[in-house]
Write a protein that binds this ligand. Structure first.
Ligand SMILES: [Zn+2]
Ligand SMILES: [Zn+2]
Length: 273
């Protein structure tokens, strides 16, 4: 029976002042380790180190989109990996075409000695340090150890995607940032866990949608329509950091399975059955 440990290294919305920005680690039993988004600044390194997850333990990254609260930590992750293991394998980032272009601009703006091109980042000596791989929507990506992943479009910015990662019928689905999205509902069918962003409650649905995000009610309705077994809400904004009861209460009105709000450094292991 397969299982996966989910570790939340960052659970805050872009404007949240109490939480690190989005980064989620999936540790599949027996391998591999897969990182969903890379937070901003050094939060991924700092929170990862707290749990014994050093930079060199991250190799495969599934990026949802090119907003800085999701990809801003990548140059720091690359720098630390290169420092610890100069001859190590490059970081492999899977993302949309638009996000690959965003990554190129990010590394061009932050790299001093490295060269940046359409495929990734290389050292002055020509050693590849980061490779990014634009992935077609819905094409399965082999991550090793029988784990596969597939990107699906979501409704946030052009090129934003969510990810379905699965092995032996055990699926974890991550929304990235999105408004309520029928394509997410379709991609999340039968998920063991749906990790969905929730910026506010339905009382602020219009302003939340204008910002490109979902309410707790919308996250829960997606989970219910997808037939997911469990909903974990993340990308939490400042007003709900200490008091996330309203998010939980609203989600429970629309989804019959277990509901929780993630916190930085929260870890949970799930399996089937
Ligand atoms: Zn975000
Ligand atoms: Zn965003």
């Amino acid at each position: 029976m397969t299982s996966v440990q989910i570790t939340f290294l960052g659970t805050g919305a872009g404007n949240c002042i109490y939480r690190a920005h989005t980064a989620i680690v999936l540790d599949w039993e027996g391998g591999p380790r897969v990182l969903l988004d890379a937070s901003s600044g050094n939060s991924l390194l700092r929170h990862g180190a707290h749990l014994g997850m050093l930079a060199t333990s991250f190799r495969q990254i599934l990026l949802s989109h090119h907003h800085s609260d999701h990809m801003g930590g990548l140059p720091h992750l690359q720098g630390q990996r290169t420092l610890l293991e100069p001859e190590g394998a490059p970081l492999e980032v899977h993302c949309s075409e638009e996000s690959a272009a965003g990554l190129m601009r990010l590394f061009q703006a932050t790299s001093i000695t490295h060269s940046v091109n359409r495929d990734g980042v290389a050292s002055a000596e020509g050693k590849q340090l980061v490779s990014w791989h634009p992935v077609p929507i819905s094409r399965w990506l082999d991550l090793g150890f029988g784990v596969r992943a597939s990107a699906f479009p979501v409704d946030h910015i052009s090129g934003a995607v969510g990810w379905r990662v699965e092995r032996d019928g055990l699926a974890v689905v991550f929304s990235g940032d999105t408004r309520f999205s029928p394509s997410l509902v379709e991609a999340a069918q039968g998920a063991r866990v749906l990790i969905h962003e929730a910026l506010s409650t339905d009382a602020e649905r219009e302003s939340t949608s204008r910002r490109g995000h979902s309410t707790a009610g919308e996250a829960a309705r997606s989970a219910e329509l997808a037939g997911a077994s469990e909903l974990i809400m993340t990308h939490i904004d400042t007003p709900f950091h200490y008091q996330h009861g309203p998010l939980i209460d609203e989600a429970r009105q629309h989804f019959s399975g277990p509901v929780s709000v993630a916190a930085d450094l929260y870890q949970v292991t799930v399996g089937l059955g």
